[in-house]
Design a protein around this ligand. Structure first.
Ligand code: ADP
Ligand code: UDP
Length: 239
């Protein structure tokens, strides 16, 4: 079937059904706006399985998502939606760009979760936006921003609990949302949730298990991802 889009970490294909897409997870890893690139055999398979497990959990907990069904090792079938071009970052602990922006030490627990908005635009380097920019730029209306912000906080509550029970600390993560034209433009959670898009540490040792292993040349990138997959799969099976 036709390839509709190839991004840094995934490919989207048309299917026989116009409102469904095939989403393929690639083995490529990129960081620093594409400046750093490496291929990790098995990453696509692991990230697909982690995304499937977490989206199934969230859907069951009442969060509307784009997930329709599993397809094969590296691919999911999802609802084709109109993506809102904003990356919604939710943070529980200071890391990455928040440490740089605030001067707060990495690892500092935040007094409350923080939701941030970044414009999905590689040419501009994904700049941070305020809710007013989002409205004035016509990216989303005020009601949509409020709805997505509360979905972000609810998803954070759900994922923090899930990760803690699986033996991990959820430092921060990135979400994408869109409008589902087949369901009255309802806001749905889209894209992926994986160690590429989250910071996840071991609860007992604080060991880094996510893409920071790649960003910081710590080695053992796939070992970290595989540990996350096994633990969350076991936890999901016990629930
Ligand atoms: P990037 O575009 O940042 O390089 P990816 O390689 O992950 O990222 O590409 C996946 C693309 O698919 C992203 O642009 C994402 O917004 C888009 N996408 C995710 N879910 C859906 C969906 N359900 N319908 C349409 N587009 C989607
Ligand atoms: N993130 C992402 N895609 C991006 C930017 C950030 O998935 O394009 C995730 C990142 O993995 C981390 C969180 O969002 O879990 C916060 O990232 P941060 O703003 O600290 O950016 P960084 O400095 O890590 O690029």
């Amino acid at each position: 079937m036709d390839i509709l889009y190839e991004g840094k970490a995934k490919r989207l294909y048309a299917t026989a059904h116009p409102s469904e897409l095939r989403m393929e997870f690639k083995d490529d890893a990129t960081a620093f706006n594409g400046l750093k690139h490496e291929v990790f055999a098995g990453k696509g398979r692991i990230n697909k399985s982690i995304t499937l497990t977490l989206f199934s959990f969230l859907e069951a907990a009442g969060i509307p998502t784009h997930l329709l069904r599993d397809e094969d090792e590296t691919r999911l079938i999802v609802r084709k939606i109109e993506i809102i071009p904003i990356e919604f970052v939710v943070r529980n602990v200071v890391a990455g760009s928040l440490a740089q922006r605030t001067g707060w030490a990495e690892g500092t627990a935040l007094p409350e979760p923080l939701v941030e908005f970044y414009y999905k635009n590689d040419a501009l380097g994904d700049p941070m936006l305020a809710p007013d920019h989002i409205r004035v730029m016509g990216l989303a209306n005020a009601e949509e921003v409020d709805r997505i912000r509360s979905l972000c906080l609810r998803i954070n509550q759900l994922l923090m609990g899930f990760m803690q029970d699986a033996g991990f600390r959820l430092i921060d993560f990135k979400l994408e949302f869109g409008r589902d034209g087949e369901r009255q433009n309802q806001i749905v959670l889209a894209d992926e949730i994986s160690p590429d898009t989250c910071r996840i540490h071991d609860l007992a040792t604080d060991e880094i298990l996510d893409k920071d292993r790649f960003r910081r040349d710590l080695g053992g990138v796939m070992e970290g991802y595989q540990r996350i997959l096994e633990a969350i799969r076991n936890h999901a099976a016990q629930r």
